[in-house]
Ligand binder design. Structure first.
Ligand SMILES: C[S@@+](CC[C@H](N)C(=O)[O-])C[C@H]1O[C@@H](n2cnc3c(N)ncnc32)[C@H](O)[C@@H]1O
Length: 473
């Protein structure tokens, strides 16, 4: 999974939080700071006899104890970590030295130096996995590599058929999946070129194997000072969106560790958080969704109509003042800007969840003369340079801008509702792969719909407030 977290320098942060999906838009708190009471599922898991020799092997390799309170088990989510005795909150439950982690540093110096910038951390680590897989039982990592999920087991959307992807075509997930597939092809070609010149492996490596290894890395590796690292044992732990326990890297002690964020009874499955991840990311990178995900978000596209007499001017302004946090996809229609909305928790509040840049964009769309657009640009230059952050001076125009937003959200709500209708009925769904994927598409779209409805309620309430204010002025 591509790291978008800035990796902190040792001087700045010795102990730092590692997330699976690292993304600049998200932040994650240290688990040791607050353990507020909340509901978390308590699930029991049974021991995985096939993995009985795994922890002793890892501890021998590490020359240190990794965990005395956890065992590898099986749960509904595949392999899992279970408490083998009662665990108290705030206790270190595993400690994995960097020396027994796999990272791009495991590539030979010759291979590393011949890799260009077009090969990212995930692809490099995928190559490490591929090389160890090729060595089979001769690999020093065989006990670990042989316990990784097999091809065909992942439900990441990169493995979905066209028909399955059609279920999520109204979500950003579709576009992200296509983007990832193209990226993997490009990186695979670059890797093939590199290994052809420096190893004899080239002939053996086929795209399907690379794709599998890439997906293993994305769903199991953590951002680290080496770019990305697979952390054996820690990567058997499953995700709970409400957990505050995360993987921390201690660069002084050269190890990664997890501190429990609550008490566990013996036999209970231990869960941690992979990060504040919405279902869209869980689905593309990990191949699962949560039925109710508090971190859900939705992408909204805003573009200037070609029919608008001020099309050129508005498109130019949106392009120029586009904020860095805002995603502009090369795959979207020209001049389409994509904004990420999160759930708006209070209709009466400030609309936190709806990005300022989105409200700015609709203010640009609401302008009806070049003079208004010029005023807006001048106002931006006089303030912090950001366009449309303040309400428009003309109250009618400000109301109009929010009407535009309301109608765009309403359109996305309609699209989502019709996609969800097609997925029903869900009550008879079994456990087959197509049925599981249908349920995931349902979780994704209903989560996005919840976010959209919260945003719509806020905008409607805001328009009402603006109208009342205009009436009293
Ligand atoms: C880091 S691995 C965890 C160990 C994994 N269960 C295994 O069998 O090796 C991440 C994968 O576990 C599964 N997983 C983790 N948390 C999950 C959850 N809350 N619901 C469903 N699947 C989950 C997904 O398949 C995900 O890609």
């Amino acid at each position: 999974m591509p790291s978008r977290w800035p990796v902190p320098s040792t001087a700045l942060a010795i102990l730092w939080a590692a997330t699976r999906r690292s993304d600049l838009r998200r932040s994650i708190s240290s688990p040791a700071l607050s353990f507020e009471p909340r509901f978390q599922a308590k699930v029991n898991c049974c021991l995985d006899d096939e993995c009985a020799d795994f922890l002793p092997w890892l501890e021998r390799k590490a020359g240190a104890e990794v965990s005395s309170v956890l065992s590898i088990g099986k749960s509904v989510h595949g392999r899992a970590l279970c408490a083998n005795k009662a665990i108290k909150s705030g206790v270190c439950i595993m400690r994995i030295p960097f020396d027994v982690q796999l990272s791009p540093d495991n590539l030979s110096p010759q291979l590393k130096s011949s890799m260009g910038k077009d090969i990212g951390h995930v692809a490099k680590l995928a190559l490490v996995v591929l090389m160890e897989q090729k060595l089979g039982m001769h690999s020093e990592w065989a006990p670990y590599i042989s316990r990784l999920p097999l091809p065909g087991e992942s439900n990441s959307t990169i493995f979905w058929s066209e028909n399955e992807l059609a279920m999520v075509s109204k979500s950003l997930v579709y576009e992200e999946t296509m983007h990832k597939k193209r990226k993997m092809i490009t990186e695979f070609q670059a890797i093939k070129r590199t290994i052809a010149s420096s190893t004899s492996l080239s002939e053996d490596v086929i795209f399907e194997d690379f794709k599998h290894a890439y997906s293993l890395v994305e769903s199991r590796a953590w951002g680290s000072c080496s770019g990305y690292s697979l952390i054996p044992f820690a990567d058997f732990v499953n995700h709970d969106g409400l957990s505050k326990a995360i993987v921390l890297h201690d660069e002084d002690k050269r190890l990664s560790e997890v501190i429990s964020d609550r008490d566990y009874a013996s036999g209970e499955e231990v869960l941690i958080s992979y990060g504040k991840l919405p279902n869209s990311i869980l689905l593309v990178d990990f191949g699962f969704t949560l039925s109710h995900n508090i971190h859900d978000e939705v992408s909204m596209q805003i573009n200037v109509s070609k029919e608008d007499p001020l099309f050129k001017l508005k498109a130019h302004l949106l392009e120029r003042h586009c904020s860095p946090g805002q995603r502009i996809s090369k795959d979207l229609t020209p001049q389409a800007h994509s904004f990420i909305i999160r759930e708006v928790r209070s209709v009466e509040g400030k609309g936190t969840g709806i990005p300022q840049s989105l409200r700015a964009a609709v203010r640009v769309l609401a302008c009806t003369s070049s003079c208004e657009l010029r005023d807006m640009t001048e106002e931006a230059a006089l303030n912090d340079g950001r366009l449309g952050r303040r309400p428009l001076k003309n109250p009618d125009r400000e109301i109009q801008a929010h009407y535009i937003l309301k109608s765009r959200i309403a359109q996305v709500i309609k699209d989502h509702e019709s996609s969800i209708m097609i997925l029903r009925p869900l009550d008879l769904l079994g456990h087959s792969k197509p049925e599981r994927r249908r349920l995931m598409a349902y979780h994704l779209l209903t989560g996005e719909l919840r976010v959209l409805k919260s945003a719509s309620a806020w905008v409607i309430n805001h328009i009402r407030n603006l109208q009342e204010q205009r009436a009293t002025d």
